[in-house]
Design a protein around this ligand. Structure first.
Ligand code: JFE
Length: 224
């Protein structure tokens, strides 16, 4: 899979996607990231990517032409073009699964108050939001999408972690039971006895009960 990210801050997307598991997926040849500076697609001497909004109002709007030129260079017949925006459709695990089956993603990142709408109309397949809060720009959101997508590609996670992938994508979504590791007594805070019992049936029942409780407490929206 190839993922191209177009932004005026490529270094913001590069750091998380060159590190850790994303870096290893790249080294293994499973994914190829392209980080593109939108200013490299400008033609004027000031490399201007923004301008004042038609109709007036505060702030600046991203110009159309640099995005058109970036897409002109990057897009193939296998590409899907995403635009990060707080006005997009919510990015959820099912979307990550869908995108993980695509050959080539191009993720456009705005800045300032948004992007000339002709970019959306002519170039963008899907406008995506990572959540109902407003970031300063789309680059961190693009890195979030890329990370969530790439970890689903076979071979990126160990076999052990891969089965866990299912737990937030199916129907019966719920929070997982609490986890503990050694020591059993940490500064007087004890691991629940049942987890040390070796009684697999009892452990399964305890986890089911605690998962249900925690879902009701933290994510009541997931329960019908
Ligand atoms: C941009 C901004 C005021 C945008 C366009 C480009 N989920 C999510 N939250 N925030 C974003 C995505 C996001 C994505 C791209 C962005 C925010 N901004 C800032 C500020 C109004 C805006 O509407 C610029």
């Amino acid at each position: 899979m190839k993922i191209d990210i177009v932004t005026i801050f490529p270094e913001i997307a590069e750091a998380p996607l060159k590190s850790s598991i994303m870096g290893r997926a790249t080294d293994a040849g499973i994914v190829e990231f392209g980080f593109h500076n939108l200013r490299d697609f400008t033609k004027d001497k000031h490399r201007q990517v923004d301008d004042i909004p038609y109709g007036g109002g505060p702030g600046m709007v991203m110009k159309a032409e640099p995005f058109f030129d970036a897409i002109g260079k990057l897009k193939t017949d296998r590409s899907k073009v995403l635009l990060m925006t707080p006005q997009g459709t919510p990015f959820v695990q099912a979307k990550a699964v869908e995108f993980s089956r695509i050959d080539h993603l191009i993720i456009l990142c705005g800045h300032y108050e948004g992007v000339d709408h002709r970019v959306v109309e002519a170039l963008v397949d899907e406008e995506i939001s990572i959540g109902d809060y407003v970031l300063t720009n789309g680059t961190i959101a693009a890195a979030v999408v890329a990370d969530a997508v790439v970890r689903l590609i076979p071979g990126v996670l160990g076999d052990d972690a891969s089965s866990e992938v299912e737990s937030f994508s199916g129907d019966g979504k719920r929070i997982e039971a609490p986890q503990y590791t050694r020591p059993a007594d940490f500064r007087g805070m004890m691991v629940p006895d049942v987890l040390l019992s070796g009684h697999h049936q009892a452990i399964a029942e305890w986890r089911d009960l605690r998962a249900e409780e925690r879902t009701r407490e933290n994510r009541p929206d997931l329960l019908d």
